[in-house]
Design a protein around this ligand. Structure first.
Ligand code: SF4
Ligand code: SF4
Length: 458
């Protein structure tokens, strides 16, 4: 696309009033909690049976917590929180998490049945999602609950058998791929009411191929959606994750090479993305890319990168309430305790608007990205509201993939209904709002190349 054509398009948009401050005004008028449903991460147990190389939870207990949630008082406290914070007609999501949540299955059952009763009484709709390694034996008891409550089962599976087993061995060091795949087939065969998500963590080994790993899982034709995020590898885990793949290179140099590799692999994924929509395969998309596509096509603005500390809270066996599941046990981030209310002062930094956030307020994609993952920001810069440029690069790549897909797609693809993505907890429940611009300012006729970007501009 030549610069002249782009300039013509931009001039046409400016003349029609499209290059205005709609997004800014929309966010100024919004409350921090607008744009996403209440979502509760239920951290069921500190125990996990796998020993994944990149695990941020240090084997399930975050190195900081012990025990598990119980079916009695703990479940009651969580439901009490729902009663206090959700109104009739609203939707509330449970995200079953751990450790490995299936180890505490009876508490999952208790929450499902008792929330259903509460929903009938109070007019609240509940959604149920589990993040699981799916290695444990599945019986009719588990499968029936998944089907009965129309679970989204998000399975941690990283690609081909070789890739997965390198990243996600069990505690004895043996591969977990075969056991997981058998269970995925059981879930798939049990009911189409269960949404099966392949939750891939991409580890940028020098010899890895993200596209090959996506294709390996795609070929099984059992996953509805893919969710693919790059691993965050801390200094202390770099040897565990990469062994001697990078020789004696300094950590900073390894990070730079990894960021380059992540970017080039996602670029390749973007280039083949539309080829994944083949007849006969149940693949519906990559969640992060489809969400950005929806935001661009429907004119949405992000009211935060995620719902952490806004409408999303983690309930753990230490009876803390945290704004993010990755910060469990970090006392300085605690925002409440079971039986109590949310501390307004503690959540304030989590609710900072993008236009008030240094660095992000000047970023071209701020109304789509919403400011980056605050936990990753904190790891990189010691400030939850100051991003890591390498992570920003990934956000730009996602937007690029989405624009490329729109540009290469036909009208039927663009018209797909993507509202269901809101139920799938993409980007930890990114809150989005309609900017309202498309109703007020129609797109100028003479636009030729920037149509996909109409809603992304100021
Ligand atoms: S890409 Fe980076 S700078 Fe831009 S909004 Fe996201 S986190 Fe902020
Ligand atoms: S996006 Fe990051 S900060 Fe937000 S809830 Fe998820 S892990 Fe936590």
């Amino acid at each position: 696309m030549s610069e002249v054509i782009i300039r013509d398009d931009l001039e046409a948009m400016a003349e029609s009033g499209l290059l205005s401050d709609y997004n800014r005004r929309r966010l100024t008028a919004a409350r921090p909690t607008d744009g996403a449903m209440l979502a509760l991460n239920i951290n069921l147990t500190a125990i996990c049976n796998l020993g994944c190389t990149y695990c941020f939870a240090k084997g399930g207990d975050y190195g900081r917590i012990t025990g598990k949630l119980n079916e009695g008082a703990d479940v009651e406290s969580i439901l009490q929180f729902v009663k206090q914070n959700a109104a009739r007609g609203e939707t509330v999501r449970f995200e079953f998490f751990g450790g490995e949540p299936m180890i505490n299955f009876s508490t999952i059952e208790a929450l499902c049945w008792r929330s259903e009763a509460l929903g009938a009484e109070q007019g609240i709709r509940f959604l149920y999602r589990i993040s699981t390694n799916l290695t444990m034996r599945l019986t009719e008891r588990e499968l029936e609950l998944f089907a009965r409550f129309r679970f989204t089962v998000s399975v941690s599976i990283d690609g081909s058998e070789a890739t997965h087993d390198r990243n996600r061995p069990n505690k004895a060091g043996r591969g977990s791929f075969r056991a997981i795949l058998d269970n995925c087939y059981k879930v798939r065969e049990r009911s189409d009411d269960i949404t099966l998500v392949a939750r891939m963590t991409y580890v940028p080994h020098p010899d890895s191929s993200l596209v090959a790993d996506v294709e390996a899982l795609y070929a099984f034709n059992i996953f509805d959606w893919f969710q693919i995020l790059p691993a965050t590898v801390s200094r202390e885990l770099v040897r565990t994750v990469f062994a001697d793949a990078f020789g004696d290179l300094a950590y900073s140099e390894i990070c730079r090479l990894c960021a380059d590799k992540v970017d080039s692999e996602y670029k390749l994924l973007g280039e083949i993305y539309m080829l994944l929509f083949r007849p006969g395969n149940r693949f519906r998309g990559v969640l992060e890319i489809e969400t950005v596509i929806r935001m661009l096509l429907e004119g949405e603005v992000a009211n935060g990168h995620c719902s952490g500390g806004r409408n999303y809270f983690t309930f753990s066996p230490d009876h803390s309430i945290m704004p993010c599941h990755r910060l469990v046990g970090e006392a300085e981030f605690r925002v409440g305790a079971f039986g109590g209310t949310i501390d307004g002062e503690a959540v304030a930094p989590w609710r900072l608007g993008i236009n008030d956030t240094p660095v992000c307020r000047d970023c071209a994609i701020r109304y789509i990205c919403g400011g980056g993952c605050k936990q990753e920001n904190f790891v990189a810069t010691a400030d939850i509201n100051r991003p890591d440029p390498e992570k920003c690069r990934f956000q730009f790549r996602l937007v690029h993939c989405a624009i490329q897909a729109i540009a290469e797609s036909d009208a039927a693809f663009r018209a797909r209904r993507r509202g269901v993505l809101r139920d799938l907890f993409v980007s930890c429940g990114r809150p989005t709002l309609s900017s309202g611009r498309s109703e007020e300012v129609p797109a100028p006729d003479r636009l030729t190349h920037l149509i996909p970007l109409l809603h992304a501009f100021d």
